[in-house]
Each structure stands twice: as structure tokens, then as C-alpha cells.
Design a protein around this ligand. Structure first.
Ligand SMILES: [Zn+2]
Length: 444
């Protein structure tokens, strides 16, 4: 390819531009959030057919372009040298239909994008592959980086620890004590990360990690979603869904939202698809929040006129238990571009929804369940209409949340009345009794 594919940093607020290799996490001039901006004119010198063909040819073929992220490298981080790509086979995840539930809701189609079927079990792999690859290149360029660090509600630290360890770069993880699942805790520990467990919540960890990484002398690079490179990888998810629908777009995407980088990323991907002529309009997007941590929902209710951080309360949807989301401004912009909406789910609603959908062969993590509740509510409100098509972004694998599942089926979750609990039936090894129970259960 001859065109001048290029990406640089740009401040969301004052529009100041910076070189992509500068180590900054906010605008040094006005403290605004930064975006990665691509040279759209260069991308547009190729036709939509060219891009579709290129991406289809690479999909799941030949490492590292088999990755859902690096198969679209020109749209992600074009100037990254191929030998600096740090890929664990992220993306290219299944898009699975849910025909039973689609029929029940009178939808034309309902799909679930299984981002949790990935190396560390969550969609965070999509952003982390880009960030760690970029850091590898920065180190090669002689930048004084000694370690990468993040604060996390669980999935981010698991992804960072895996990718950085794979690239042989030290990692420091800040976790809120006793607020993440066992699976999430054991991942960075296994990968050899320095794990600092602080007696605070996610927002408290985030404040500390920002202080630590602000000190330029520290040589510690910040990996949180404030860092726009993460968004470059995450934005491939929407592009990939549309690719899997043979380059057709659904009416709606629904995505759970905590720190709100993911919704911004989703819409960034759609914008590129539109700019390159692959789609002619942006699909609508709904963000789903836990009602225990719903600052975006509250802001949406007053038409984004104000934004007040909240003190996030304990929720089963622990990865989105965030009261002061870093990417609020990005999310607001994304919802404006996509004509989007925001919905919320209670503990009882999300836990019962997860169990209900699990009965159809799924294994929903609590955050995906929040998105599924949002679908039901938006359909009931007729915001999502009969015969529309919907894609739910499933952000993590349900196996990361087995405590949630086990406690649900014992009906031991706070504020939850388990309507679909399914306990094992204890029986002696007696063929007669076993046959009786089977007969009764199958109503024979
Ligand atoms: Zn600025």
C-alpha cells in the first residue's frame, strides 16, 4: 500500500495535535481527553470494496493479521512495525444468534457478540493488544518506560498482565480489595504482575494510579481507558460485527457501560465505516448501566445538561461499578453521533435475566445481563421496535463469574429473588429412583 496512513493524538476539547509517540494521557495544554485521529483522506483513497476484501482475506488467517484487531491494522495503528505487534489472537470472536429470545421480543434478529471468548476472557484484550504493542515500539524508540500500570475492576488488569508479560514488559496492577472475582484476581497473579490490593474502590485506585503515572520520572506508563490507544483496538468490535453480517449493519447495538471507553470506541469504528463508504449511516447505540453505578443514565435523563459523578454502590456487575467514568465526554459525543440512549438494570433484573438467557444455552456474565435487561426495557418502551435487529455486545466470559452463578442458583444473592434457580437433585445411586425423577422432570 502506498498511501500515507497515519495516526496522531488530538485533544477532544482544544483540538491541539500531538505526535502519536508522545507519552501523554491528557492534553498538556487544557487537560482534555485525547483521541487518536487517522488520516482519513489517505484511507479514502481506497474504495470500500478494497477494504472489505482486504479485511475478509485476513480474517482468522495468518498470525498476527488473523487477529480481529490487527487484520484492520491500517485503521488501528498504521505506523506500528509488524515485529512490534503483541497479539494473543484477540478479536475475531463468534457472533451468535439468539432466535428463541428474538422471537419472544418480536425482533427480526438478535445477535450476541461473544467478546469474552478471548485470551483473558474479556473484550479488554482488544484494547490491550494495541496499547502494549505501542509501548513495545516506544521502548524500541528509546523512550524511558520501565513498566505499564493500570487500575482495574478486574478484566483490564487481567488483559494488561497477559499482554505485557507476553512482551516481557513489567506490570503493576492496582485493584480494589475484595471487589473483584477470584478468576480476575488470579489472572495477573499467574502472569507475574506486581499486584497492589488497595483498601478502596475502583475510583480510589484510579486516583492513585494517575498520581503515580503523572510523575514523569517514574517511567510508569498508564494503561487505563483514558489512554486513547485502548480505544483504537476496542473500536474494531463494531467493525467486526458488521463484517460478520456481510457488511450489513443492524439497527441497534447495546453495550454495558462503566468507565465508558467502550461505547466511544464502538461509535469510532462506525464513523470509520461511514467515512470509507462501507455503511451509509451510523447504527443506534444503547448503553446499559447498573442502577448501582449509573452516572451516565442520570445525565441522559436530563439530556446531558449536567453530569454528576456518583458514589458507586456494590453491584453484581462489578466491572461496571464505576461512579466517576473517565470517558464521560467521549461517551456523550458517541451517543450524540449515534442518536443513542441509556438504560439501567437493578440487581434483581440483571441476575434473573442472566439465568433466563442461560437457559437458552448461553452463560452470561453479569454485565452482558445488564445489556440484555436494557434490551427488554427498550423494547417494552417501544424505543426498539418490532422487527428491528439488535446486537448485544457481551463483554466478558461467564466463567469469570462462577461465584455469581453459584450464589444465584442457591438463591443467596442480595436483593435478588432467584426465579430460575436450578439446584442439583441429590439422589442415592438407585436406578428406580433415578428413573422416577427423570420421568417426573420430563413430565412423561
Ligand atoms: Zn487541549
Amino acid at each position: 500500500m502506498q498511501a500515507n496512513f497515519k495516526a496522531q493524538l488530538e485533544c477532544m476539547d482544544c483540538k491541539q495535535e500531538y505526535d502519536i509517540n508522545e507519552i501523554i494521557f491528557r492534553c498538556p495544554r487544557c487537560n482534555g481527553l485525547l483521541d487518536v485521529r487517522h488520516n482519513l483522506n489517505a484511507l479514502k483513497t481506497y474504495t470500500s470494496e478494497y477494504w472489505k476484501h482486504l479485511f475478509d482475506n485476513r480474517f482468522r488467517m495468518e498470525y498476527p493479521f488473523s487477529s480481529g484487531v490487527w487484520g484492520k491494522k491500517e485503521w488501528v495503528l498504521p505506523e506500528l512495525k509488524n515485529h512490534n505487534i503483541v497479539s494473543l489472537g484477540e478479536g475475531a470472536t463468534p457472533l451468535v444468534p439468539l432466535p428463541q429470545y428474538a422471537k419472544e421480543l418480536k425482533l427480526n434478529e438478535l445477535w450476541i457478540k461473544q467478546c469474552g471468548i478471548s485470551h483473558t476472557g474479556s473484550f479488554k484484550d482488544l484494547g490491550m493488544t494495541v496499547l502494549v504493542s505501542h509501548v513495545k515500539q516506544l521502548i524500541e524508540l528509546g523512550k524511558p518506560i520501565k513498566a505499564i500500570s493500570c487500575a482495574s475492576t478486574g478484566d483490564t488488569s487481567a488483559a494488561l498482565a497477559a499482554y505485557a508479560s507476553f512482551a516481557n514488559i513489567p506490570v503493576i496492577i492496582f485493584l480494589p480489595q475484595n471487589k473483584i472475582s477470584l478468576a480476575q484476581l488470579i489472572q495477573p497473579i499467574s502472569n507475574g504482575a506486581i499486584v497492589l490490593s488497595l483498601e478502596t474502590d475502583f475510583d480510589g485506585c484510579m486516583e492513585i494510579v494517575q498520581e503515580v503515572t503523572l510523575d514523569k520520572e517514574s517511567g510508569i506508563y498508564l494503561a487505563n481507558s483514558m489512554n486513547p490507544l485502548r480505544i483504537e483496538g476496542q473500536k474494531t468490535v463494531g467493525i467486526e460485527v458488521i463484517q460478520q453480517l456481510r457488511w450489513n449493519k443492524p439497527d441497534w447495538f447495546i453495550i454495558p457501560g462503566g468507565n465508558l471507553g467502550n461505547v466511544s470506541a464502538l461509535v469510532e469504528g462506525f464513523v470509520l465505516l461511514k467515512e470509507t463508504g462501507i455503511i451509509n449511516s451510523i447504527p443506534k447505540v444503547a448503553v446499559a448501566q447498573s442502577s448501582k453505578a449509573n452516572p451516565l443514565y442520570r445525565s441522559y435523563l436530563n439530556k446531558f445538561q449536567t453530569f454528576e459523578p456518583v458514589k458507586a454502590q456494590t453491584t453484581l456487575a462489578s466491572a461496571i461499578q464505576i461512579g466517576n467514568p473517565v470517558s464521560y465526554k467521549r461517551a456523550k459525543r458517541a451517543l450524540e453521533i449515534s442518536n443513542g440512549v441509556v438504560e439501567e438494570a437493578s440487581e434483581d433484573e440483571l441476575a434473573n435475566m442472566a439465568a433466563y438467557i442461560d437457559k437458552m444455552g448461553m452463560f452470561l456474565d453479569p454485565h452482558t445481563a445488564v445489556a440484555m435487561v436494557a434490551l427488554k426495557k427498550l423494547k417494552d418502551k417501544n424505543i426498539i421496535k418490532n422487527n428491528e435487529s439488535v446486537v448485544i455486545i457481551s463483554t466478558a466470559h461467564g466463567l469469570k463469574f462462577t461465584e455469581f452463578k453459584v450464589n444465584y442458583h442457591k438463591n443467596q444473592l442480595n436483593e435478588v429473588q432467584a426465579k430460575f434457580k436450578n439446584e442439583p437433585i441429590l439422589l442415592p445411586p438407585d436406578i428406580k429412583k433415578v428413573k422416577e425423577v427423570i420421568k417426573q422432570k420430563l413430565q412423561l
